[in-house]
Design a protein. Structure first.
Length: 259
């Protein structure tokens, strides 16, 4: 019983063999997958995938790389998608001051604006944050701390950041990078974080875990990440996988079940 709490099955990387990829996921024991649409051009494809596959849920939001495109008109286009019964989160949204594909002020405006949308929709958020620790903490603390909650996706910060977002009520999601060498900082985070506040993800088609680095990532590769987490936390794989499944359900499926 495995879960990939964050991937991008709607992206072009999967256009040629999406159904085969999903079939492999089922064969490998994945019970839930969350696919995350990061641009308006992907939203319809996300909905198509959700409608076709019972075990796949979705999230939509404007990625910080595209923050410069966010405005009131775009917000109005987003709203109808949030009513879909299998859209269980808003995201991924946040700040990326590493790539800076959008100006920082545009990213901040898009982040805060979308936090308001998420609150009105009653959805947990999926936060992308890179090289923007203090800015992310400030905005979350002011706007979303301990309200509806969410997850810090693809966590890449230090133990100090982990402690602060955990205190704010957020989950921490561990990507396949935990399987790479020189990841002591992330290992420390996994060792510290309570099991009931952890998630695991692939971010497929990106961040392929070892030993498949260099190939396209697929959601079922999340098993490698979960195996590594289990080793760090000194837990049996089956026990941890069940814990992560419970966490996923608690965070994302409460609203779905209430619809």
């Amino acid at each position: 019983m495995f879960i990939d709490s964050h991937c991008h099955l709607e992206m072009e990387s999967f256009d040629k063999d999406r159904e085969e990829v999903i079939k492999r996921c089922i064969q490998e024991g994945l019970v839930y997958i969350l696919t995350v649409g990061t641009e308006v051009r992907y939203f319809k494809k996300v909905i198509e995938i959700l409608n076709k596959h019972p075990s796949i849920y979705g999230a939509i939001g404007i990625h910080p790389h595209n923050g410069k495109d966010y405005n009131n008109s775009l917000a109005e286009k987003i709203r109808p998608y949030l009513n879909h019964k299998k859209i269980v989160a808003y995201g991924e949204i946040g700040l990326d001051f590493f790539k800076n594909y959008s100006p920082r002020d545009s990213q901040i405006k898009a982040f805060t604006g979308q936090l308001e949308l998420a609150k009105k929709a009653g959805l947990p958020i999926i936060v992308h944050s890179r090289n923007a620790k203090e800015e992310t903490l400030k905005i979350l603390n002011e706007m979303y701390s301990n309200i509806i909650g969410g997850v810090i996706h693809c966590f890449s910060y230090d133990l100090d950041m982990a402690k602060k977002v955990l205190d704010m009520g957020f989950y921490i999601s561990i990507p396949g990078t935990i399987t790479y060498s020189n990841t002591q900082k992330l290992i420390d985070v996994v060792r510290y974080t309570p099991t009931d506040r952890l998630l695991a993800e692939t971010d497929a088609p990106f961040l392929t875990p070892s030993p498949y680095r260099g190939k396209r990532n697929e959601p079922w590769f999340v098993k490698l990440t979960i195996e590594k987490i289990a080793t760090i936390q000194h837990k049996k794989l089956e026990e941890l996988a069940l814990n992560l499944c419970d966490n996923f359900s608690r965070l994302f499926l409460k609203k779905h079940e209430g619809r």
